[in-house]
Write a protein that binds this ligand. Structure first.
Ligand code: HEC
Length: 133
């Protein structure tokens, strides 16, 4: 086999392994089972997201009046996400409000991130999440 091809295969095998393991790959912050069963942090993240963010970014983050977060989160890391949520952002299509005086959002930023990360990674589809029982 051509060496470049075998390296590529090895690499894709390694990334599949990492992607399926919650402890690796930049500390994947969620657990998803059976399509829509999630851990409690991700579940709370979804609830808070629905309350404060969905009216602009869509029920499942897919975009509405504001951007599709399942796409932008592919290139937004956790720190950047935290900063944008706290301070807001003037984007191309409008203005993202700052949330730093909203306790419910601020204390759940990690959880909202878990939910949106699961969506952006494709681990969770545009489905209503349920708690893992
Ligand atoms: C009033 C509408 C509105 C609400 C509510 C809102 N956003 Fe936004 N958000 C925006 C706009 C507009 C942008 C900028 C999009 C652009 O033009 O790039 C944005 C951008 C972002 C970005 C930066 C990535 C990107 O796509 O530009 C993140 C992350 C984000 N929002 C998360 C959230 C979260 C989390 C919440 C809930 C706590 C939330 N937003 C609530 C309007 C909103």
């Amino acid at each position: 086999m051509n060496p470049i091809k075998s390296v590529a295969i090895l690499f894709s095998f390694a990334s599949t392994l990492l992607a399926s393991c919650p402890l690796f790959a930049d500390g994947r912050p969620y657990t998803v089972k059976a399509n829509n069963k999630v851990d409690s942090d991700t579940f709370i993240g979804y609830k808070v997201y629905r309350t404060w963010c969905a009216r602009c970014h869509g029920t499942f983050g897919q975009g509405l009046a504001a951007s599709d977060l399942t796409k932008t989160l592919k290139t937004t890391d956790r720190d950047e996400f935290f900063t944008v949520v706290a301070r807001g952002k003037k984007g191309r299509i409008g203005v993202m409000p700052a949330w730093q005086s909203n306790d419910s959002v601020m204390k759940n930023r990690d959880r909202i991130y878990s939910y949106l990360r699961a969506r952006a990674d494709g681990a969770l589809g545009a489905v209503t999440p349920e708690l893992i029982d």
